[in-house]
Design a protein around this ligand. Structure first.
Ligand code: NAD
Length: 275
């Protein structure tokens, strides 16, 4: 924990912090927004779709396609003028088109990388400069267990989540070394399967060790990560910590784990926020 926080302490005043949640209209993002709003924080949703819940008065909504750099810069400027400069960002927006590589279209693959990777980088470029200036802020990236161990049927998605983990690691070290802003926190959360529209049709295994999570479980976990004021690198549920070490294990163990989950995505019918 000390290493992730560069040995630097900082204070958060939750009456003053402004929190952006990308992809906050539905699923995990919406549960996070509702949790944070109930704690009294000012929360800004950036999403390409409209809110799926009744908007509390401390929640602000901005429509934007995060894969479009110019649109992200424009919305960030608007937010700065109308609400203020965000001090926390939860980079949660993502898509999964749910097809094996040879069946996925060029557009499926471009959209997946466009939202899940370029979208995170554009969000970082839009909001991190003010945090660097103040040497205060928290940027939390929602990656995935598939970023540590790819699953059959979602190879492009898994690749974007592996890249999201690299973006997290890279930004963390850049804040410290390139920008001399050691108090700007970088966090990463790698969930396993969560019951949202993104993974409609996902099959088990769902058991005591790896239960399907509810969006509310994630909303609570993410809000707690922010409110701790500390950078953290977490997997959820606890059994998901089995995946990060797989690259250091003998190949037969990794392949065995992938064989065990080979048919989990075969009936996936994710929703399509961008057509
Ligand atoms: N559901 C899971 O099992 C699971 C597991 C691990 C990680 N994740 C990650 O959690 C995050 C949230 O996923 P979810 O399950 O809540 O999915 P979801 O589809 O329910 O929510 C994703 C949100 O992102 C928004 N979005 C998509 N493309 C966008 C774009 N171009 N610009 C702006 N907003 C856009 C959608 O409109 C939606 O509101 C994603 O990054 C996902 O990869 C999900």
């Amino acid at each position: 924990m000390r290493a992730l926080n560069n040995g630097v302490s900082d204070k958060y005043d939750w009456d003053k912090e402004i929190i952006v949640v990308t992809g906050g209209s539905g699923g995990i993002g919406a549960a996070t927004v509702q949790n944070l709003a109930a704690r009294g924080s000012k929360v800004i949703v950036i999403d390409v779709l409209g809110l799926t819940f009744t908007k509390p008065s401390n929640v602000y909504y901005y429509k934007c396609d995060l894969s479009n750099y110019e649109a992200v810069l424009a919305v960030a400027a608007k937010i700065s003028k109308e609400v203020g400069d965000p001090t926390c960002v939860v980079a949660c927006a993502g898509i999964c088109r749910g097809k094996p590589i040879l069946e996925a279209s060029k557009r499926d693959i471009e959209l997946t990388f466009g939202v899940n990777n370029l979208g995170v980088i554009w969000t970082a470029k839009a909001f991190l400069p003010k945090m660097v200036q103040a040497n205060h802020g928290h940027f939390l990236i929602i990656a995935s267990q598939t970023g540590h161990l790819a699953t059959a049927g979602v190879t492009d998605y898994a690749a974007t989540k592996a890249a999201a983990i690299a973006i997290y690691e890279g930004l963390q070290t850049e804040m410290k070394h390139n920008y001399k802003a050691p108090a700007v926190r970088l966090s990463c959360l790698c969930p396993s399967a969560v019951k949202t529209k993104m993974f409609t049709g996902i099959k088990g295994p769902s058991n005591f060790f790896m239960p399907f999570l509810k969006p509310e479980d994630l909303g609570d976990c993410i809000a707690n990560m922010l409110w701790s004021g500390k950078a953290q690198n977490l997997s959820i549920p606890a059994f998901a910590y089995i995946s990060p070490p797989t690259r250091a294990l003998p190949d037969w163990m990794r392949v065995g784990m992938q064989d065990g989950g080979a048919d989990v995505m075969t009936e996936l019918k994710p929703h399509r926020p961008l057509n």
